[in-house]
Design a protein around this ligand. Structure first.
Ligand code: SAH
Length: 218
């Protein structure tokens, strides 16, 4: 069960979380403001209400997770999202990252391969507040060719390799933030697409994501 009451206590806890993220090195004010605005406890079972603003990942349905706030902030900061940009997200999961991007006024296209997780977003209470977010059930390795090209791509599952179709669907000058690696640890990469179709790579910190799997799951 979930509760959708955003109290002063929740708002206070969000402010403390934002202060912690600043201490951990997040500087982008637009990212911090979005985290301050979005009620993360709405995405979690009410049993987790007391800990929803701790800087931790939590389990959601289907053995998946809602990413740690620091990880969401880190990836979003690297993405350098500007208002009205088209952003493709792979791995909707709880929808928290998508809504952070929506709160920053991006045009968000988010894909989830688990049917049950995808279906939950249909009835989610914040859905109506963000008409700029579109939810898709599909395989992130395929991207969304009919909706591209995108200014930005963010992958929120551990990719064993860089999916070529996602590079194809990036605009020239577009950026992709993706944790790459098999096993328990992945390296965060930021790729920038060049005019000749090649990409330049920047390397960032290590993180631990659930795997990006091939195909859809009923
Ligand atoms: N962005 C999420 C993080 C979810 S965890 C959040 O803010 O909560 C990663 C998600 O990626 C899981 O829900 C998993 O089912 C999904 N996923 C894994 N492989 C995928 C693929 N190939 N295409 C789409 N989604 C995928």
């Amino acid at each position: 069960m979930r509760t959708f009451d955003d109290t002063y206590r929740h708002k206070g806890l969000r402010k403390q979380l934002v202060d912690l993220l600043k201490q951990k090195g997040i500087t982008d004010e637009r990212v911090l403001t979005a985290i301050l605005q979005v009620p993360r406890h709405f995405f979690l079972d009410s049993a987790l209400d007391r800990v929803a603003y701790e800087d931790r990942a939590f389990p959601i349905a289907e053995g998946q997770t809602i990413s740690q706030p620091y990880t969401v902030a880190y990836q979003t900061q690297l993405l350098e999202v500007k208002p009205y940009e088209k952003v493709l997200e792979i791995g909707t999961g709880s929808g928290y990252q998508a809504i952070i991007l929506g709160e920053m006024n991006a045009q968000v296209y988010t894909i989830e391969r688990q049917k049950k997780l995808f279906e939950e977003h249909r009835k989610f209470i914040l859905r109506g507040k963000y008409p700029n977010i579109k939810y898709f059930y599909g395989d992130g390795y395929e991207g969304l060719p009919t909706y591209g090209p995108f200014d930005k791509v963010i992958v929120t599952a551990a990719a064993p390799y860089i999916p070529p179709k996602l590079i194809e669907q990036l605009k020239t000058g577009g950026k992709m933030v993706i944790p790459v690696g098999e096993g328990n640890v992945q390296r965060m990469l930021r790729l920038t697409k060049q005019a000749d179709g090649s990409v330049t790579e920047e390397l960032f910190d290590n993180f631990s994501f659930v795997p990006m799997l091939e195909g859809k799951n009923q």
